[in-house]
Design a protein around this ligand. Structure first.
Ligand code: ADP
Ligand code: MG
Length: 464
């Protein structure tokens, strides 16, 4: 298989395009099947030269922008005219492209194994694809994970999942491990955190037995390392992982990593290791939207024997927007209460029980000062400029970003934010937030910038 297989990316691009252009337009103009790719060009099929000219003219830029949005680098699209065979296969379609089968439903993941499987010692048995609810925020990553577990070492290697806490990185990574384990319990699967990996390495040096450590990792079939951000500022272990990486990569062994931020933002990471991480597929997990939050809660309720009415699930999904771990915490509280008092969980009971969780400030210790300072520094402005009267774009935009972040991660009202930002009216703050929200919908670079700023602000705030 060629090193550049963008078939999954193409599928995801089509998914998103379908939502944007609508059913009719989509079925008319996006009958474009993936054929093959190089590092920078994706070739897809078109049925005729007429169709090709039309699609090129109407949609080439649109499609290329979409691809850019998804992978963060420029990919060109090339159209190849193909005739349909009787069996509906494209004549020029590469044989390998059928290797990747993305199932419609995660439920249909594996042929139900008849054999009873022992649990893998390092994997949580409940971290499976079956238990992972797929929504807009994670479908790209979940599909890739699924493809990897069916094409171990050959489709996306390494696969790196990144994103904030509690969004399902560990769950998804271990699902790959469990899925491989179910189909082949001879596979040597190692699942470890960056921290454990580091400690083991240090111990092996201390015990004067580094060979055992090297052998353990370099002969793995599947290596899953969680939270690799732990390796920042640790050149020794980075070097070790670099060699392990090369050994596994050369032998087509699958590697999966998770990280709390994009690799490009890891601090003090050797360039050569960074480039290794970036070599395969890097996908982020976003916080789930309301529908997905609801679906996740519903899934977790159904796994228990309690009855929890939908209206209770609804208020939890509405009030807790941060991440899945927080959703689970709220649900656990309800379960615990139900068990204890053996009382039916009504909306009133749930509201009373969850009052504290719902009213907790989102980021108790974040002050506007820290936000203003962090954003100002990032854009190379002074705090005074952020609060001042100047309306040039170079100042107005960072100011809007800071206002948006303040509203997003603190409990300050628009009035309070306005006062702090040089005595502005609360409608100005609202307007700023709307503008940024609008921009975020189509600007992945801004999304990444804001995530980075939020992380810095949080780091700053926990230090104080
Ligand atoms: P992270 O590693 O990103 O911090 P975890 O994988 O530990 O997050 O997920 C936190 C909790 O949320 C886990 O209990 C996990 O099972 C659950 N979870 C996360 N995403 C989903 C999802 N899409 N569907 C079901 N459960 C999820
Ligand atoms: Mg984790």
């Amino acid at each position: 298989m060629s090193a550049w297989d963008y078939s999954l990316l193409w599928k995801e691009a089509l998914n998103q395009i379908q939502k944007e252009v609508g059913e009719q337009e989509f079925s008319m103009w996006f009958n474009l099947e993936y054929i093959e790719s190089t590092e920078t060009i994706i070739t897809v099929s078109v049925p005729s030269s007429f169709y090709k000219d039309q699609v090129k003219q109407k949609y080439q830029n649109f499609i290329e922008d979409k691809l850019f949005e998804l992978v963060g680098k420029k990919l060109a699209i090339d159209f190849a005219i193909t005739q349909k065979k009787a069996n509906d296969q494209k004549t020029t379609a590469k044989k390998e492209s059928s290797d990747i089968k993305i199932p419609d439903s995660f439920k249909a993941q594996q042929d139900a194994p008849k054999k009873v499987h022992t649990k893998h010692p390092q994997l949580r048995s409940d971290y499976t694809f079956d238990n992972f609810v797929v929504g807009d925020n994670n479908s790209f990553a979940a599909n890739a994970a699924q493809a990897i577990s069916k094409n171990v070492g050959s489709v996306y290697n390494p696969f790196l999942i990144y994103g904030g806490v509690g969004l399902g990185k560990t769950h998804l990574m271990q699902s790959i491990g469990n899925s491989i384990w179910v189909s082949n319990d001879k596979a040597k699967i190692i699942c470890i955190t960056g921290e454990e990996f580091t400690n083991e390495f240090i111990q092996s040096i201390h015990d004067k037995n580094p060979i055992a450590f090297k052998n353990k990792y370099r002969y793995a079939d599947v290596l899953l390392i969680d939270d690799i951000h732990f390796l920042q500022d640790k050149p020794g272990i980075q070097e070790e992982l670099f060699y392990t990486f090369n050994a596994l990569y050369d032998n087509h062994k699958q590697m999966v990593f998770t990280c709390d931020r994009p690799v490009s933002e890891l601090k003090s990471l050797s360039d050569r290791l960074r480039s290794r991480f970036e070599r395969g597929l890097n996908i982020d997990l976003q916080p789930p939207n309301y529908e997905t939050r609801f679906a996740i809660l519903k899934h977790k309720v159904e796994a228990k024997s309690y009855f929890i009415p939908d209206e209770v699930i609804d208020i939890i999904a509405k009030n807790i927007t941060s991440n899945v771990r927080d959703l689970e915490a709220a649900l656990l509280k309800i379960f615990a209460y139900a068990e204890l008092v053996k009382q039916e969980i009504t909306l009133e009971v749930a509201q009373a029980q969850l009052k504290d969780i719902f009213t907790q400030p989102k980021q108790g210790n974040v002050t506007m000062d820290v936000i203003i300072k962090t954003v100002a520094e990032y854009f190379n402005l002074s705090n005074n400029e952020m609060k001042g009267k100047k309306k040039t774009k170079a100042v107005a935009f960072p100011r809007q970003v800071a206002m948006y972040i303040t509203r997003d991660i603190t409990e300050y009202s628009t009035t309070e934010v306005g006062i702090e930002f040089g005595g502005r009216d609360h409608t100005t703050v609202m307007h700023a937030c709307q503008k940024i929200e609008e921009k975020l919908k189509s600007d992945p670079v801004l999304t990444a910038t804001i995530q980075k700023l939020k992380r810095q602000i949080k780091e700053q705030s926990t230090k104080n």
